[in-house]
Design a protein around this ligand. Structure first.
Ligand code: I3S
Length: 128
């Protein structure tokens, strides 16, 4: 069935808990509001889930999902952004529509993995 995990899991690249804040919407600066978020990289999208206590990495799938928001990675830009925060291990994701997010983890290896995996998806989309 289209709702089965098997039918969509090949596109699931990565899922996990990161700290997130949106800092711009359509190019307009927003006030920071850091929150933990389940981040799921699936297909061409980064999907954010609000409540890490009630969500799990498998909860994103159709029929069982409550994403807070989702980001189209086509044309997006990534850059390390430690200068934009007092937190360490921070990168900025900017979408083609001018939405900007900071993503952060206290675990350096973990944030580096996320950066690399998202960058690979962006590069793949750039080549399409
Ligand atoms: O870049 P900023 O403005 O110094 O970011 C800090 C503030 O947004 C602060 O909120 P208020 O100024 O609204 O109280 C946040 O609580 C901090 O977390 C922000 O800085 P960090 O360094 O955590 O990104």
């Amino acid at each position: 069935s289209p709702d089965s995990l098997d039918s969509v899991s090949p596109e699931l690249e990565k899922a996990g808990l990161l700290n997130k804040t949106k800092i711009a919407e359509g190019g307009r600066k927003l006030r920071k509001n850091w929150n933990p978020s389940w981040v799921v990289l699936v297909g061409n999208s980064l999907v954010f889930f609000k409540d890490p206590k009630t969500q799990s990495p498998s909860s994103w799938r159709p029929g069982n999902s409550r994403p807070e928001s989702s980001v189209d990675l086509r044309g997006a830009q990534l850059q390390w952004a430690d200068s934009l925060s007092s937190r360490k291990n921070v990168f900025k994701l900017r979408t083609i529509t001018g939405n900007e997010f900071l993503l952060q983890s206290d675990t350096e290896s973990l944030i580096k993995e996320w950066y690399g995996t998202i960058q690979k998806v962006i590069n793949r989309l750039d080549r399409e």
